[in-house]
Ligand binder design. Structure first.
Ligand SMILES: [Zn+2]
Ligand SMILES: [Zn+2]
Length: 311
């Protein structure tokens, strides 16, 4: 009888100890390497000891033949349990009842599908297809045979591996490993690139917020200064200017906070629009403008679209 070993989810180094795999490897490792790499399969050797539950190649092939005949004969009592993926998915979605009755392609017994999936939504069952269906050969299988069955693809791999030299086998394992590492490295690089871009965008937003905060502060100081120096201003005008000041101050503070403690909100937004409006009002009232080192304060920012030509 074929020993039933629980499917090991982890990974073994199938190159390690390959010289002495029969005696040196645990059953779990033999099983894993056989199922995943087609190496260290017990039925490739003769039964060496009765104590070790191994499968003789003759018994294995007899059973394989049996299963294959059962599957290929359209009049056989055992239902056909070979499916292309799409066909099986359609069966699950369109005729769940029939699907739940599907027999194991290896032993012809129940797959226990009804027990497991009676109450499960079809789309969920579909997403778990790998637990009862073999991608390599298309068989639907019971739990016992899901990872122990006649599998043309795996058998071909085993046969190939049994014939090639140990060096070639090691080379094949190494190439497998390299491919996997390359894929992982590419994924990591992509992650890094995305993180860098995010960081760059963040620092660009911070630079913009700094410009806005600086300009708002200049507007605030301008209004403060003009309201103190009321000479030549009509009282009504002066009052309007005094009313503008607290608003300018609040906005300057808000924009400074957005620079110092940035969140994910849009740069500027309504606060910045208000600052522009206040500055334009203040210019009207005072008939003066803010002069900076670079000339008149430009309320148009370099990253914004060119202003409409309405001045
Ligand atoms: Zn079975
Ligand atoms: Zn298979």
């Amino acid at each position: 009888m074929w020993i039933s070993v629980p499917l090991h989810k982890g990974k073994y180094d199938c190159a390690a100890g390959i010289d002495n795999w029969l005696k040196g490897w645990s059953h779990r490792k033999q099983n894993w390497c056989c199922q995943n790499k087609g190496i260290g399969c017990l039925h490739e050797v003769n039964c060496l000891s009765a104590a070790r539950a191994c499968l003789c190649s003759s018994r294995q092939s007899a059973r394989n033949m049996e299963a294959a005949t059962r599957l290929r004969d359209p009049h056989a009592e055992t239902p056909q349990s070979l499916f292309p993926q799409q066909e099986l998915e359609e069966l699950i979605l369109n005729d769940k009842k029939a699907f739940l009755k599907t027999k194991c392609a290896e032993c012809g017994g129940s797959c226990g599908l009804a027990k497991k999936y009676k109450e499960t939504m079809s789309v969920i069952i579909k997403s778990m297809i790998d637990t009862f269906w073999c991608r390599d050969c298309g068989r639907v299988l019971c739990d016992t045979h899901r990872y122990q069955h006649t599998c043309e693809k795996l058998d071909a791999l085993k046969e190939k591996n049994a014939k090639i030299t140990k060096e070639a086998l090691l080379e094949q394992l190494r190439a497998d490993e390299e491919r996997k590492e390359a894929a992982e490295a590419a994924a990591r690089a992509e992650q890094r690139r995305a993180a860098e871009q995010l960081e760059q965008e963040k620092s660009q937003r911070k630079a913009k917020r700094k410009i806005l905060a600086t300009k708002a502060k200049q507007v605030e100081s301008f209004i403060q200064q003009r309201s103190r120096d009321a000479d030549g201003l009509r009282p009504a005008t002066h009052n309007q200017l005094l009313e503008l000041y607290p608003r300018a101050r609040g906005l300057a503070l808000a924009l400074y906070n957005q620079f110092e403690h940035p969140d994910n909100t849009e740069v500027g937004g309504k606060d910045w629009e208000d600052v522009k409006e206040i500055y334009s009002k203040a210019r009207e009232l005072t008939g003066m403008i803010i002069m900076t080192e670079d000339g008149p304060l430009d309320m148009h920012n370099p990253w914004e679209p060119a202003p409409a030509d309405d001045q």
